[in-house]
Design a protein around this ligand. Structure first.
Ligand SMILES: Nc1ncnc2c1ncn2[C@@H]1O[C@H](COP(=O)(O)OP(=O)(O)OP(=O)(O)O)[C@@H](O)[C@H]1O
Length: 287
């Protein structure tokens, strides 16, 4: 396996025993390949994300970010490669176990299943993988639903119809539903889309706090500024391939922004946090 194809995003050990160690990768992908009809969407994708870290998946439109999240969540199926979570092969997990361990918060989830449901009902859907064959209205489930709504500041509209919410409100409820799954790995597709500036920061602060408690987070983000401020690791996808991966500091450079997005940028340091700050200067000449 070459470094380029692996796209290593961590310092984690490569040994098979590593998954038992605290610093082991929570998520370890190698040579993942996914096609839709005849079109190759993910090609030889690899990455390592340590447990309890926040990873940002970035890349131009159509790069394959959502597809990658779908493959990890089991919504779509890779035709080759391996995906390990805590050392366990995802392809070998039963659907239900996968849903207990991995949650995907998507942008648009209004469909027949959410029609007529309240916000609390929708968040309670996240408990299904944890319930027995007879479903249930367990006190524990109600408690997790209430806690998840509270985490995204949505308790005040728990009784409202989900389909009546604004885009930003719905986005927060989608996150609450994913949190109610109590996963090990939280996948998010553009979690800040539709959110006002404060709600964006509140959401990303929440993800950082959850990751400090051991949750591993992988979020597709378009906003490189937010990735720079919040992510530990950045994985850059372009045309279905990992073109860069590593610590946020290493990856988010002016040359990368130019090469991948065709945009001139400067990267400075945040005066308070010392983290990178990306300033877009304009479309790169020659593009
Ligand atoms: N349902 C679909 N049927 C066929 N092709 C699809 C479908 N969904 C996505 N694709 C194609 O798969 C490729 C990857 O799309 P994907 O949505 O994963 O990219 P993305 O990086 O998430 O893009 P964006 O930033 O625009 O959301 C694109 O070429 C896209 O046109």
């Amino acid at each position: 396996m070459t470094d380029a194809s692996r796209g290593s995003a961590s310092e984690a050990s490569e040994s098979p025993e590593a998954s038992a160690l605290p610093e082991a990768s929570a998520l370890d992908l190698a040579h993942l390949r996914f096609a839709r009809r005849d079109r190759l969407v993910l090609d030889d994708v690899g990455l390592e994300l340590p447990r309890g870290s926040v990873g940002a998946l970035v890349g131009p439109n159509g790069a394959g970010k959502s597809s990658m999240l779908h493959v990890l969540a089991g919504v779509e199926h890779a035709e080759a490669g391996t995906a390990l979570l805590g050392g366990d092969d995802l392809a070998a997990l039963r659907r239900r176990e996968r849903a207990r361990r991995i949650a995907l918060a998507e942008q648009e989830t209004r469909d027949a299943r959410t029609q007529g449901l309240t916000v609390a009902d929708v968040v309670a859907l996240g408990r299904i993988p944890h319930q027995g064959a007879w479903g249930g209205d367990r006190a524990e489930d109600r408690e997790v639903v209430a806690r998840s709504l509270d985490a995204v500041d949505a308790s005040a509209f728990a009784a409202r119809g989900y389909d009546e919410l604004s885009g930003g409100e719905r986005q927060r409820v989608n996150l609450a539903r994913a949190l109610a799954q109590e996963p090990e790995l939280l996948l998010l597709d553009e979690p800040t889309n539709h959110l006002d500036v404060r709600a964006q920061l509140v959401t990303l602060d929440l993800l950082r706090r959850l990751s400090a408690d051991g949750l591993t987070v992988l979020a597709a983000l378009h906003d490189l500024g937010l990735a720079a401020s919040y992510a530990d690791h950045v994985v850059v996808l372009a045309e279905g391939r990992v073109v860069a991966a590593g610590s946020t500091d290493e990856v988010l450079t002016p040359s990368l922004v130019r090469d991948v997005w065709g945009v001139d940028a400067e990267v400075s340091r945040h005066p308070r946090t010392g983290r990178p700050v990306v300033h877009y200067l304009g479309i790169a000449e020659g593009d």
